[in-house]
Design a protein. Structure first.
Ligand code: PLP
Length: 395
């Protein structure tokens, strides 16, 4: 009998497996209707308070400020750190532009660090090599929702309590490192509720504060530079301009949608875990033959199941692999283009730095379709198609 399991089947192309899809569960619509009926559409309403409470409960943060995106939460964190010319911030080169841009716009300069191969998170040795007296903060990303080497980073920063750790936790809500929630491991953390994330509200985010000393000023920056929060709490008889800041807050309408998603967090996370495990189990038997590197989850970490990636054996073949997969109805894609090598990165860097692992990983990384609507048949098809395409020689 001929084994046709790993031959791409043209009939399958009729029904593409999309890279991502937004899933709603019903509570979002109910909360939206209630928010509309209540008439409080601006920020700071009942749904904002409820969603913020869930985030605080889940992460242990002392405050959770809902923002219009993870990007604006990062900008708020940069304002809170009071950065300026002469300061530098260490950021990974392997991340989204705004992880770096948010800090650059304060006038601080960036130092791009490399990642380590196990988790694709910041490499503590690279951070150590960049650490000098100008460094005010280190920003970390828990790539794919798997915690970076937090122990290694803490060791490097042991004698530098003046250096703030900011977790860009766009991928990692509900993940854990040694039992501690991602988002609780630094002075502050940011979250994303963009359509492509686990929990979505279209566009949205949050700033989590872990140091009580940051809370009062964060509220002023969040409330357009005013002490409106103190006024609403009856602590002052009128509010006025006090500090820098901007309009960061999420509308209560979107918070209503967000709360509906947060209430389904157990179901969302369980479904995404199944997808991740189906890919990992499906691809493991072929990894050696095809030269694929699969994601590793260190024993002391619980992933947030944000995405599934593989590293192709060589750089340069990915466009062909992506195209062949697309022809067979499987939407796969690349991820971050190294920031240290980008036009913006060069413009805002304090100096040129070398990030060889980032350059290598970025050229070989392929993300597979990942969302809650994928069935076991879909994940099997993605695995089979990838195996077939790579066996055909697109590697
Ligand atoms: C690590 C990281 N940080 C920040 C962002 C920006 O998130 P947002 O679209 O919510 O601003 C992204 C976007 O995907 C991201 O991957």
């Amino acid at each position: 009998m001929t084994d046709t399991r790993h031959e791409p089947r043209d009939a399958d192309s009729a029904r593409p497996v999309p890279f991502h899809a937004v899933t709603t569960y019903g509570r979002e619509q109910a909360h939206l209707a209630e928010a509309l009926a209540g008439g409080h559409l601006r920020s700071g309403g009942p749904f904002t308070r409820r969603a913020s409470a869930v985030l605080r409960e889940e992460t242990g943060a002392v405050e959770a400020l809902l923002t219009t995106s993870c990007t604006t939460a990062l900008e708020l964190s940069a304002l809170l750190l009071d950065l300026g010319p002469g300061d530098t911030v260490i950021v990974p080169s392997f991340t989204f532009s705004t992880t770096a841009l948010a800090f650059a716009r304060t006038g601080a300069k960036l130092l791009f660090c490399d990642i380590e191969r196990e988790t694709l998170g910041v490499d503590p040795a690279s951070v150590a090599a960049l650490l000098d007296d100008t460094v005010r903060a280190v920003v970390v990303v828990h790539y794919a929702g798997i915690a970076c080497d937090v122990a290694g980073l803490r060791e490097v920063l042991r004698d530098r309590p003046d250096v703030a750790v900011v977790e860009d936790n766009a991928h990692g809500l509900f993940g854990r490192w040694r039992g501690e929630p991602l988002g609780s491991l630094g002075r502050m953390a940011t979250l994303s509720f963009h359509d492509t994330k686990n929990i979505v509200c279209g566009e949205g985010g949050a700033l989590l504060l872990n140091d009580p000393a940051d809370v009062a000023r964060a509220w002023v920056l969040y409330e357009k530079g005013t002490d409106r929060k103190a006024f609403l709490e009856g602590q002052v008889d009128k509010y006025s301009w006090r500090d820098t800041g901007s309009s960061f807050a999420l509308s209560d309408l979107l918070a209503a949608f967000l709360l509906g998603q947060l209430e389904e967090r157990a179901r969302i996370q369980a479904t995404r875990r199944q997808v991740f495990e189906a890919y990992a189990a499906g691809l493991a038997p072929y990894a050696e033959e095809l030269g694929l590197t699969l994601p590793t989850v260190p024993a002391d970490r619980e992933p947030a199941w944000h995405l599934f990636h593989v590293l192709l054996p060589t750089a340069g073949t990915r466009p062909v692999v992506v195209e062949r997969l697309r022809e067979h109805g499987v939407q796969a894609t690349f991820h971050y283009v190294p920031l240290h090598d980008s036009e913006g990165g060069r413009r805002f860097a304090a100096r040129e730095t070398d990030c060889p692992v980032t350059s290598d990983v970025s050229a070989r990384l392929l993300r597979l379709p990942f969302h809650q609507q994928l069935t076991p048949a879909d994940t099997t098809r993605v695995v089979d198609t990838l195996v077939a395409v790579l066996r055909e020689g697109a590697r």
